[in-house]
Design a protein around this ligand. Structure first.
Ligand SMILES: Nc1nc(O)c(N)c(N[C@@H]2O[C@H](COP(=O)(O)O)[C@@H](O)[C@H]2O)n1
Length: 349
């Protein structure tokens, strides 16, 4: 096979693995979302799978199981994985060993696993066993769009990386303002943004493990924090973190929320990322009013900040500010669609 065709098929396999992993973002915590594709010698995809939720099979193990089910294990030549295969026994057995039990020759990896129990060990285990281990970051001149692929693989695990390295949850702020800079919709209206922006907001709710809000927002809006406009959200109980000094909250609203969420209250905003992480939350969405947002900004607790602004001419301007090189927001096709409005990506650090 021509070399360029081979590398282009590797790129396509990464795209398929990333797309499959994206379907389970928001369902895997405290594990990261991971996708895997297995290819034959011609670069044809034999199986694509993702990790569905903690305790279930890892992406590699599920793809291998699918291949075995079709009687195709003997044809496996390459594996493409968005995250380094693990080499430890956690809730499930080591994926590096499962791959080594097949004829796989080359293992392409999207990014290293920040879990200290893995951290390079999975790649090393494969290498010392004679497999060709390739990192997408080292293939920028070979695989088309390797840079973008690397970025998306890092975006997939960005909250997991923060959780593993710092013991803190990733905080994404979502803020919408009208043409006057106000966050409050006109009386009788729930929102003032477009349906495209609303879809982004609901996709974010579906993709995150927790919502962080403030007592002011609760008292003024009695928000439901439900997921609409998104078809495939995983049926999964999530966490609602309420930042409140005096905990004087409407009881009937709290009772309704407790049916769908695990509700926690916290009076110290500085400890929110840690408390969330301790409760298994990787990624939290902040839906709050100006005073809580100001406190989060002042303490630099946020990781990325999505601002949907209705401009005086009635169009929408969407800006994404990010503090790190990679963000899970890079996985949102809906945000790419908002480029027609105006998308700014500004790396703060
Ligand atoms: N390579 C890989 N594929 C997956 O599908 C994964 N979920 C992971 N996760 C890594 O393994 C740890 C969890 O292991 P158990 O599910 O408890 O067996 C997780 O912390 C990641 O390091 N990796």
């Amino acid at each position: 096979m021509a070399e360029s065709l081979h590398y282009s098929l590797i790129g396509q396999a990464f795209r398929a693995a990333i797309a499959e992993a994206c379907r389970f973002v928001g369902a895997t915590a405290p594990n990261p979302p991971v996708g895997c594709a297995l290819l034959d010698e011609q670069g044809a995809i034999l199986a694509v799978a993702a990790h569905h939720r903690a305790g279930r099979l890892h992406a590699e193990a599920l793809a291998l199981e699918q291949c075995a089910g079709y009687g195709l294990t003997h044809r496996i030549h390459s594996a493409v994985v968005t995250l380094e295969p693990c080499n430890h026994t956690g809730r499930t057995p080591p994926c590096a060993e499962a791959l080594l039990a097949t004829p796989v020759r080359t293992v392409w990896i999207g990014c290293p696993d920040p879990n200290p129990n893995v951290a390079g060990g999975g790649a090393e285990r494969l290498k010392v066993s004679g497999r060709d281990v390739r990192w997408i970051a080292d293939a920028v001149n070979l695989v088309p769009d390797a840079g973008l692929i690397f970025n998306e693989c890092r975006g997939l695990i960005a909250p997991f990386q923060k959780w593993s390295n710092q013991g803190q949850a990733w905080l994404t702020i979502k803020q919408a303002t009208d043409a006057r800079g106000s966050m409050i919709p006109p009386v009788g209206q729930k929102t003032f943004t477009s349906s495209a922006a609303l879809e982004v907001a609901h996709r974010l709710r579906r993709s995150t493990d927790a919502i962080v809000t403030g007592a002011g927002t609760i008292r003024s809006d009695l928000p439901g924090f439900d997921v609409r406009h998104v078809r495939d959200h995983p049926a999964r109980r999530r966490l609602l973190m309420i930042c409140s000094q005096n905990r004087d909250l409407p009881e009937s609203w709290l009772d309704a929320m407790r049916q769908r969420f695990d509700v926690l209250c916290c009076s110290d905003i500085g400890s929110v990322p840690r408390i969330l992480a301790e409760n298994g939350v990787l990624w939290a969405l902040v839906e709050a009013g100006p005073s809580l947002l100001a406190a989060i900004r002042e303490r630099e607790l946020w990781d990325d900040w999505l601002h949907i602004e209705v401009t005086p001419d009635g169009s929408e301007r969407v800006s994404v500010r990010q503090r790190h090189a990679a963000t899970p927001l890079s996985l949102f096709p809906e945000l790419a669609a908002t480029q027609q409005h105006d998308r700014i990506v500004e790396q703060v650090e």
